[in-house]
Ligand binder design. Structure first.
Ligand code: BV8
Ligand code: ZN
Length: 254
C-alpha cells in the first residue's frame, strides 16, 4: 500500500478494469452534511445509543423515539442532497459497468444517477408494515415532526423505517447482488466506510483477499488500509472527481 498521490494510479486501474464494484459507507455522504456513525465527536453513535435507536427492540419499546430520530435524519438527507462524490460514481457508468453496494440508507447514489445499486442496509425513505409487510415509499422531503406517525394503509399498524437494524438479517437479494458483483469485478473502490459492521465489512475483506485491484478512499486509515492495493487519504468529494478527471486525461488508449 502506497499512501502518496495515488489519483493517477487509481485512474489507470479503473481504466484497465472491465467491471467496477463500489463499496460505500457513511463517509461518502458526510460532505452532504449527513453525519457518519463512528467518528469521535461528530459521529451519530457519539451522541446517541445504537441500542436505543437502531434495533428492533428499541422500536418495540419506544417507536416514537425511533421515528423522531429517523425523521431528523430524513430532514438532513433532504436538505443535504447529493455531492460531487456521488456524482462522480454515477459518471463512472459512462465508462464501464458499475455496481454500487452501499451501507447507506440515504438513497443518494440513486439520486445522483447510479443505476445498479445494492442497498445492504435498506432505505430510509421506504416504510414497511410489521404486521402485513406492505411496503410504501415516502417522498424525499423534510419531515413534519408534528405529523402523526405513519400507519399502514392496509391494516393501520404503525409502519417502521425500511432499514436494517442491528441483529436483523440483511436483504438477501441485496447481499447476493453485492457478492455476485464482487466475484465478477476486477476493480473495487472502497469509499467512506470504517469497515466495522458485518456482514458488509466481510465484502471488503473478501475483496482484499481476492484478485481485484482494491482502492480505498478515506481520510482516515481503517483496518484494511495496509492490505489494499491503493489508498487515497482524502475526502470522497475531492478524490472521486479527481479520479474522473485523471481518467479523462488518460485518453482513449488508457
Ligand atoms: C447481521 C441502521 C445476521 C440503519 C445500522 C460482534 C462481532 C462481529 C459482529 C457482530 C458482533 N455483534 C453483533 C454483530 C453483528 C452486527 C455487527 O456487525 N456489529 C458490529 C458493530 C460489531 N451486524 C448486524 O447486526 C447486521 N446483521 O449480522 O445479521 C444475524 C442476525 C441475527 C442473528 C444472527 C446473525 C446488521 C447490521 C445493520 C446495522 N445498521 N444502522 C441506519 O439507520 O442507518 S449501522 C450503521 O453502520 C449504518 O447503517 C452504516 O451504514 C453502517 C456502517 O457504518 P459506516 O458506513 O462504515 O460509517 P462509519 O461512521 O462507521 O464510518 C465512516 C467512515 O467514513 C470513517 O472511516 C471516516 O473516516 C470516513 N469519512 C468521513 N468523512 C469522509 C470519509 N470518507 C470519505 N470522504 C469523507 N468526506
Ligand atoms: Zn399492514
Amino acid at each position: 500500500m502506497i499512501e502518496f498521490d495515488n489519483t493517477d494510479a487509481a485512474a489507470r486501474a479503473v481504466a484497465a478494469a472491465q467491471r467496477l464494484l463500489v463499496l460505500s459507507g457513511a463517509g461518502i455522504s458526510a460532505e452532504s452534511g449527513i453525519p457518519t456513525f463512528r467518528e469521535a465527536q461528530t459521529g451519530l453513535w457519539a451522541q446517541f445509543s445504537s441500542q436505543d435507536l437502531a434495533t428492533p427492540q428499541a422500536f418495540a419499546a419506544d417507536p416514537e423515539r425511533v421515528w423522531a430520530w429517523y425523521r431528523w435524519r430524513r430532514t438532513l438527507i433532504a436538505r443535504g442532497g447529493i455531492n460531487p462524490g456521488h456524482k462522480a460514481i454515477a459518471a463512472l457508468e459512462r465508462r464501464l459497468p458499475v455496481v454500487v453496494a452501499t451501507q447507506n440508507v440515504d438513497g443518494l447514489h440513486a439520486a445522483a444517477g447510479s443505476t445498479d445499486i445494492a442497498e445492504l442496509h435498506g432505505n430510509i425513505w421506504r416504510e414497511r408494515c410489521p404486521h402485513c409487510h406492505a411496503e410504501t415509499i415516502a417522498p424525499v422531503a423534510e419531515s413534519d415532526d408534528e405529523a402523526p406517525l405513519p400507519r399502514c394503509a392496509n391494516c393501520q399498524t404503525m409502519t417502521r423505517p425500511g432499514v436494517v437494524w442491528f441483529g436483523e438479517m440483511l436483504p438477501a437479494d441485496a447481499m447476493s447482488h453485492a457478492e455476485r458483483a464482487l466475484e465478477r469485478c476486477d476493480c473495487v473502490l472502497v469509499v467512506g466506510t470504517s469497515n466495522q459492521v458485518y456482514p458488509a465489512a466481510a465484502l471488503v475483506e473478501q475483496a482484499v483477499a481476492g484478485p481485484a485491484t482494491v482502492i480505498e478512499i478515506n481520510p482516515e486509515p481503517t483496518d484494511v488500509s495496509n492490505a489494499v492495493d491503493l489508498r487515497i487519504g482524502d475526502s470522497a468529494s475531492t478524490a472521486l472527481p479527481q479520479i474522473l478527471n485523471a481518467l479523462d486525461g488518460l485518453g482513449a488508449d488508457g
